[in-house]
Design a protein around this ligand. Sequence first.
Ligand SMILES: Cc1ncc(COP(=O)(O)O)c(C=O)c1O
Length: 457
Amino acid sequence: MGRTQDATEITGMGRDALLHPFTDFKRYKETGGRTYVGGEHIYIADSAGNRILDGMSGLWCTNLGYSQDSIKTAVADQLERLPFYNSFFNCTTDATIRLCQQLSQIFPEDFNHFFLTNSGSEANDTNIRLVHRYFDLIDKPDKKLIISRKNAYHGSTIAAASLGGMKGMHDQFTRLHYVHHIEQPYSFELADNQTPDEFGKQYANKLADKIDELGADNVAAFIAEPVQGAGGVIIPPASYWPEIDLICKQRGILLISDEVICGFGRTGQWFGCQTFGYKPDLISFAKAVTNGYQPLGGVAVSDTIADVITSQGGEFAHGFTYSGHPAACAAGEATLKIYQQPGMLEKLQSDTMVYWQEQWATLAEHPIVGEARSQGLLGALELVRDKNSPTRLAPDGEAAVYCRNQAIENNLMIRQVGDSVISAPPLIINREEIDLLINRLRDALDMTARQFGINQT
Ligand SMILES: Cc1ncc(COP(=O)(O)O)c(C=O)c1O
């Protein structure tokens, strides 16, 4: 799988030239990092010759793994036929149109219009532009405020990072003034003695309170991920989303579902809004739409919004050179064909996800695991010192960092968020591979327990 190249040469190149995203540049200079040179099925190969089970699907995007020849061929064929043309000024390519037709087959039925971007961040910037334009067109120009949640991740452009609720990001730039944040439904840290149902409703009602505080006439939209991914796989109780839906509809606030991670099967239905039972007005997507093989994102626009923005006239002054890039759209079309193969979603729901959740739950027995939660093919473990209290093993997420590093050493890619470790493996993972993932993770937990002085009887 992939050529093993000269490790020092590759690492040297990266060290000299690349400023890595979300990386401490100074520390990286001292410690270096890993370079990946190959991928096959659900494994990635690094330049040192390790074969690592990819428990994060790349960056939540290679849902179908690394060996999908039909996607690779579709991109190559498209590059041969028409490597580029743009979609500005009434133009586009046949590949772009075909993708949009296919997207309307897989999205919920009242989503038949798509604005294409290169990334999830650009999709969320586009959401703001669409929402503001919509309210201007229906003569409600005061509705400009957007409500989001603390610890949300919506991307890294100025607008997307303002929508996000990551303190570490906000500390490094000046945010858009019209974005407001409410508390997230993170029951492990925030619940008192409520039932999950009560907790869900209570935290949904923080949206109602915020809208009432700002004035519904000023608020345009609420944006949220069905399950907060980068924030630590925060899974809301079943009562949360229906209540949010109701609050938005009662107060005339548009609901934006950011499905950049949750879209395309991750939570058990094609889209997280279907899993959690709510009806958004706009849906952001990216990542798994091309199985990560090409950069592509976009916003799916519901018929109600589309009717307004397509019937009133006047140019929508927004777009990117590569909006609807034909090679990316060819990748998207080939990817969707695989998702749409008969039985794909059914197998996920009746077998892979059931087995994943059963096996993930067994990790709750480990002495340093305070909670093992899962949804679809997502999982998070909260690491604690004492199972009966939320006291953490070490400050600053140090234990989770250690656990993540041990897992990678043990050829399992997972991610650390605060005091938790998380996983989102490719949807094509089989039962034996789930066993392997869980065993490697359990070993990493054992080593973490030993490192932080926890007795394992
Ligand atoms: C929910 C969500 N929205 C938006 C984004 C941003 O996507 P991108 O990195 O493609 O800009 C991400 C990225 O992880 C995400 O998880």
